[in-house]
Ligand binder design. Structure first.
Ligand SMILES: [Zn+2]
Length: 304
């Protein structure tokens, strides 16, 4: 494990960022206590685990007792902006699997504890029953104490599909341990605070301080070259920018304990109608904007 010493100080190239005040006020969780025992981390796409809980994985004291499963084949990201023009590589899925294995090795996860379900990227909800059966089989095999899943209001449909499968396993009693949600897409431009986590009842959240493993988390994220560089010539910028990587590597990771009594929007304290609207509208508007920008940019750059 890498520990940053005081005289090394912060990374000089890191972009400055301010920790939101609601995050500063949240109770601090110790990984060894909060995630005591065994666990299975459900991941929609390669890089979601490093973004949402990479620091926590690095801090797990007994990583041999934890497993990570990737639900999709990874063929959907980078996603074509102009679908008829933007070609994708048939090797993308294989490349992203190798990136995920490398990133988890950096975080200290044993290679045999990494699993891939290879379901179609972007279409998990259409394979809901198959996804359910595969996850239920893993849960039966591994008997984990914890299930980590993406937040119920993450902005990608695959994240929601995986959350729904895990919620079903808990609600029907197939999984009797503790389900906990992690956050990947928490920055929402359409919300006044720009962060959906600010609307979750604070008593349901815990934060893990990852400063001690920030460089390890950043090194894991840097393994995802298909996301951190311009993988395709038609991309204007990488999916994960250096500014975002700096910020997520140093920010505390937040977690939401699942409670059957607080389903759906019951975890939010206020602004629920607007959260519902923004959740539907923001991804749609972003796609429209990216498309318009791509048309404008490529219209003037004929060499691409
Ligand atoms: Zn994802």
């Amino acid at each position: 494990m890498y520990i940053m010493t005081e005289d090394e100080g912060p990374r000089t190239e890191a972009a400055p960022f301010r920790l939101p005040s609601f995050v500063r006020r949240l109770p601090l969780a110790t990984v060894a206590d909060y995630f005591a025992g065994t666990g299975l981390i459900l991941v929609p796409h390669m890089d979601d685990e490093a973004l949402g809980c990479g620091g926590t994985i690095a801090l797990l004291p007994h990583k041999t007792k934890w497993h990570v499963v990737y639900a999709t084949d990874g063929m959907g990201s980078p996603e074509p902006v102009l679908p008829k023009r933007d070609k994708i590589s048939p090797d993308l899925g294989r490349i992203r699997q190798a990136e995920a294995r490398a990133a988890l090795a950096v975080l200290g996860m044993p290679a045999p504890n990494v699993h891939f379900l290879d379901l179609p990227d972007g279409r998990l909800s259409r394979h809901g029953q198959q996804l359910y059966q595969l996850i239920a089989r893993l849960v039966a095999e591994l008997q984990p104490d914890h299930l980590l899943v993406p937040f119920r209001f993450d902005r990608h449909p695959d994240h929601l599909a995986l959350n729904q499968v895990a919620t079903r396993l808990v609600n029907e009693g197939t999984f009797s341990g503790q389900m906990t949600e992690y956050f990947v897409y928490h920055q929402w431009r359409m919300l006044p605070t720009k962060d959906v986590r600010a609307y979750v009842k604070p008593e349901l959240l815990a934060k893990v301080e990852v400063t001690a493993v920030a460089q390890q988390k950043r090194a894991a994220l840097d393994c995802f070259k298909s996301q951190t560089t311009r993988f395709y010539p038609w991309q204007a910028r990488p999916n994960l920018t250096p500014e975002l990587l700096d910020e997520v590597s140093q920010s505390p990771e937040l977690f939401l304990r699942y409670d059957k009594k607080l389903a759906g929007t019951a975890v939010f304290s206020h602004n629920i109608p607007w959260i519902r609207i923004a959740h539907r509208l923001e991804p749609f508007l972003k796609k429209r904007k990216d498309r318009l920008v791509a048309w404008a940019r490529r219209g003037s750059v004929t060499s691409e």
